[in-house]
Design a protein around this ligand. Structure first.
Ligand SMILES: [Zn+2]
Length: 327
């Protein structure tokens, strides 16, 4: 009898996941997240060439059954036929294309007219396509460190019919990717399984962190927008990331669906926007941004995790290469 009961419980868990987990917290249908990839098309690296990265990323997304993600394009990468071809491939695969500026500069400290001209330049260079969206993602999530500058840009985006392509889940995927590039350049052995687990754990931790912050701020879990980059980690492991998200009860939705969430029309008052839209709304609601510290956005903590897990072996040689900053 106990065996049959056990069997029935397992069966109910398998066939009715929404009922099984709906007893506490939101049902899986309420945990929605869209994937966004910044900085496409990024250049060649020691692990993948740009073309290889695009092919691998498209393959991973298809393997994971992700029909629609969004690529925020830095149009300085469209000055070669290969760069334009890669963006066309993303669009043809069903993914969305939007503006991430031409030159990828910080807004703070930049002349606003020059910054706006750079957005217009990117709009002009992005290919007209059914997959194109009127969204602008601020490089480095820098929406301006002064109210006048911030409001100037908000007005400029409004005048152009461009929506702020915000993220709700910030993380340092770019930092692990940078560490991977450097390790390969330095001739260090890389434990790919450990690297994959570190990447997946880091992103999942960030997703849960910002979802908890959203629930405590808004009283509900919004449709999230996950910040990722068009980097080698995504190309190699995004299918594993998607599996892990689904196991945690997340449904991958299109960016159109995510940006239709009511939080899209809430305009943050705080200037603290560099940890995304949910972070800004939490600060507006009285949260202390110093409490947002978690390992997904702390370089020292990420270094410690990579070290502890033995992701990179002892250097066999060092060329003293320069690190590249991404964002
Ligand atoms: Zn960027």
């Amino acid at each position: 009898m106990r065996t049959i009961l056990f069997f029935l419980v397992i069966l109910s868990l398998l066939v009715m996941p929404s009922v099984a987990s709906g007893q506490t917290g939101p049902s899986p249908a309420d945990r929605r997240i869209a994937l966004s990839f910044d900085d496409a098309p990024r250049g060649d690296g020691p692990i993948f060439t740009g073309e290889e990265r695009t092919a691998a990323l498209l393959d991973s997304l298809q393997t994971a059954g992700v029909g629609t993600a969004v690529f925020f394009v830095t149009t300085r990468g469209l000055d070669t036929p290969a760069g334009r071809e890669r963006i066309a491939r993303y669009a043809e695969a069903g993914h969305l294309i939007a503006n991430h500026s031409h030159s990828h500069t910080w807004l703070s400290g930049t002349d606003p007219d020059a910054y706006i001209a750079d957005i217009d330049r990117a709009e002009g260079l992005l290919p007209p396509h059914v997959q194109r969206r009127p969204w602008f993602r601020f490089p480095f999530l820098d929406e301006g460190n002064e109210r006048e500058l911030r409001d100037r840009l908000r007005d400029a985006l409004d005048a152009r019919g461009l929506m702020n392509g915000y993220v709700t889940v910030d993380n340092y995927d770019w930092y692990i990717d940078q560490r991977w590039q450097q390790a390969v350049r330095d001739g260090r052995p890389v434990d790919r399984d450990a690297l994959r687990r570190a990447y997946v754990d880091l992103i999942l931790g960030a997703v849960e962190f910002y979802d908890s912050l959203a629930v405590s701020t808004l009283g509900r879990s919004p449709a999230h927008v996950l910040l990722l980059h068009e980097n080698d980690l995504a190309a190699a492991f995004v299918d594993d990331l998607v599996i892990a998200l689904r196991v945690a009860g997340w449904t991958i939705v299109s960016p159109d669906e995510a940006y239709a969430d009511p939080i899209a029309s809430i305009v943050p008052q705080t200037l603290m926007t560099r940890q995304g839209h949910v972070g800004a709304l939490a600060v507006d609601a009285g949260a202390d941004p110093r409490t947002f510290s978690h390992r997904a956005i702390e370089e020292e903590q990420i270094d410690a995790m990579l070290e502890e897990r033995g992701v990179f072996g002892e250097p066999l040689a060092s060329d003293g290469g320069q690190r590249e900053k991404s964002g």
